[in-house]
Design a binder for this molecule. Sequence first.
Ligand code: NAG
Ligand code: NAG
Ligand code: NAG
Ligand code: NAG
Ligand code: CU
Length: 389
Amino acid sequence: MSLSKVASVLLASASLVAGHGYVSSIEVDGTTYGGYLVDTYYYKSDPPELIAWSTNATDDGYVSPTNYDSSNIICHRGSSPGALSAPVAPGGTVKMTWNTWPDDHHGPVITYLANCNGSCSDVDKTALQFFKIDAGGLIDDTDIPGTWATDELIDDSYSRNITIPTDIEAGNYVLRHEIIALHGAEDLDGAQNYPQCINLNVTGSGTATPSGTLGTALYKDTDPGIYIDIWQTISSYTIPGPTLYTAGSTATATAAAVTAAAVTGASTTEGAAVTSAAVSSAGSQTKMATGNMGVSSPSDSTSTTSSTPSATSSSASSATSGVLSGSCSQEDYWYCNGGTAFQRCVNGEWDASQSMAAGTECTAGISETLTILASSKRRDVGRMRRRRV
Ligand SMILES: *[C@@H]1O[C@H](CO)[C@@H](O)[C@H](O)[C@H]1NC(C)=O
Ligand SMILES: *[C@@H]1O[C@H](CO)[C@@H](O)[C@H](O)[C@H]1NC(C)=O
Ligand SMILES: *[C@@H]1O[C@H](CO)[C@@H](O)[C@H](O)[C@H]1NC(C)=O
Ligand SMILES: *[C@@H]1O[C@H](CO)[C@@H](O)[C@H](O)[C@H]1NC(C)=O
Ligand SMILES: [Cu+2]
């Protein structure tokens, strides 16, 4: 892709607004239930009874890989079971709808069930054993960073349909639905998990009791589908977590775990073809949209990134120039360093400084969006930092 194309893509998507989401509505076999509206209900003394689990993640934030062994990963931070339960028939459909999702937070969308062995409203979440019933991962990698299940979810009005396996035994189950955002996953501990839980009451006369995995054992920070650089071409994507359960199988569906395609639980498999298009041999893929915009210039071995002594986060809120390092408090915010370089607050820390593409500049300072302008004057390419991929 030419640099001018990079610039135009960035100009076209200049509104890179932060803001994560949560499941705000659930449709179960045609009946609609409200989600736990964390930004409202958390502050109410008497929130409504729901099928959705509550959480205290009022920042709309995520669980980091370093917390994969904590109970936070089960149904989000500070979660408690919903008081209600939605009846669903085996083979029935659960449609999970998010209030919003940022389009640069690409990654898989995964759903599990766990039997409560009784009522879910007072279940010990640390004893829940989850089996995977639905997973979408990388759909098409033609254009880096690829088309992901999150992109599909956004296209489907922030929703995803999940089919309940046709053969599981009746009973009360927790459905654990999760987006894993991979835009920063090239760093260890850079993935972001957004789990959401609801209670279901599965009816029917199924007999299958798929074996499951404790929530705290689902993932490791080094899993190939967790610690991955989506800003390079990926030949296949391994959806993290245990293998997909499909009705009629004995809790294993090995092929399903390693696939870049979207798969659904019961009988349908969609988008099975994995496109891993060849990428031009130019050798340098540019990161876009999340702002990791790489620039490789012809002769830049004497790169002079204008680094001034690091500013600390406490004094960073008004910084307009100089490379920032260390912690930051405004997750996903951008920092434009003097118009020519930028950084982003990822997982509570300023990430590496990246040069703006030739012909573009940003508006200096820290803000929720990175404002990109075509630069008026010609840039000295010697100042651009080469990004090796
Ligand atoms: C959320 O709940 C957990 C567990 O009860 C608690 O440790 C944590 O301090 C709470 N966090 C907030 C922001 O309320
Ligand atoms: C339900 O029973 C299974 C099998 O005994 C057990 O492994 C699991 O931990 C139980 N789940 C809960 C939530 O108690
Ligand atoms: C999801 O399921 C609902 C209800 O069955 C259906 O109306 C809707 O079209 C489905 N959405 C997608 C994206 O398949
Ligand atoms: C689940 O459905 C069964 C059968 O209708 C009912 O007996 C049971 O009370 C329900 N459980 C919950 C938690 O709603
Ligand atoms: Cu984010």
